[in-house]
Design a protein around this ligand. Structure first.
Ligand code: COA
Length: 154
């Protein structure tokens, strides 16, 4: 696994990324195996929804968009953040960017007062499950054919 040099990694928020650039990246991320998002949601509707309501973090490597994570951080009742999407484009996978992005997103959620984080993952998505487990998240239920995973982020 090639790890990327921290000085080459840049994380930015949706305030710095116009919708059309976000949407181009989202369409590429929507095709990623093993469980393509585009098979499950209408990417255009989903894109507008997360761009409007979620916090989105983009990771760039050497100035190129490599991936994004979208997290809802607006639950003022249970203070539970919800990772709705994380994806790193195939050429950039396995370089530590997913881990970097998730660490950043969880830290931002914590700063916004979130106490836990929840997500859905397909049971065959071993790489993602391993990533989430490395952050101390664990399976806490299921929804249809998906696993629910979560954990505290305090
Ligand atoms: C899951 C995903 C976000 C991980 O991002 P990434 O940048 O490739 O992963 P990283 O290089 O940061 O590695 C983080 C951890 O993922 C796991 N991982 C990464 N590459 C792996 C591989 N080839 N095999 C097994 N586990 C792997 C490891 O646990 C790794 O931690 P480690 O380096 O301490 O062993 C990325 O592979 C992806 O976008 N996949 C397609 C979309 C997707 O499945 N999203 C999640 C939907 S729930």
């Amino acid at each position: 696994m090639n790890s990327s040099r921290p000085e080459d990694i840049q994380i930015c928020t949706k305030a710095e990324v116009p919708f059309n650039e976000f949407f181009t990246l989202l369409n590429e991320i929507g095709k990623l195996p093993p469980v393509p998002l585009e098979n499950r949601v209408n990417i255009e509707q989903y894109g507008h929804k997360i761009y409007n309501f979620a916090d989105i973090y983009f990771v760039k490597l050497g100035g190129h968009f490599a991936g994004l994570a979208a997290i809802y951080m607006n639950d003022q009742v249970n203070f539970q953040a919800y990772l709705t999407l994380i994806g790193i484009l195939t050429p950039f996978q396995g370089m530590g960017l997913g881990k970097c992005l998730l660490a950043h997103g969880i830290e931002e959620a914590r700063k916004k007062g979130m106490k836990s984080i929840q997500l859905e993952v397909h049971p065959t998505n071993f790489r993602a499950i391993q990533l989430y487990e490395s952050f101390g998240l664990s399976k806490n239920g299921s929804k249809g054919e998906f696993f629910l995973m979560g954990g505290t982020i305090q």
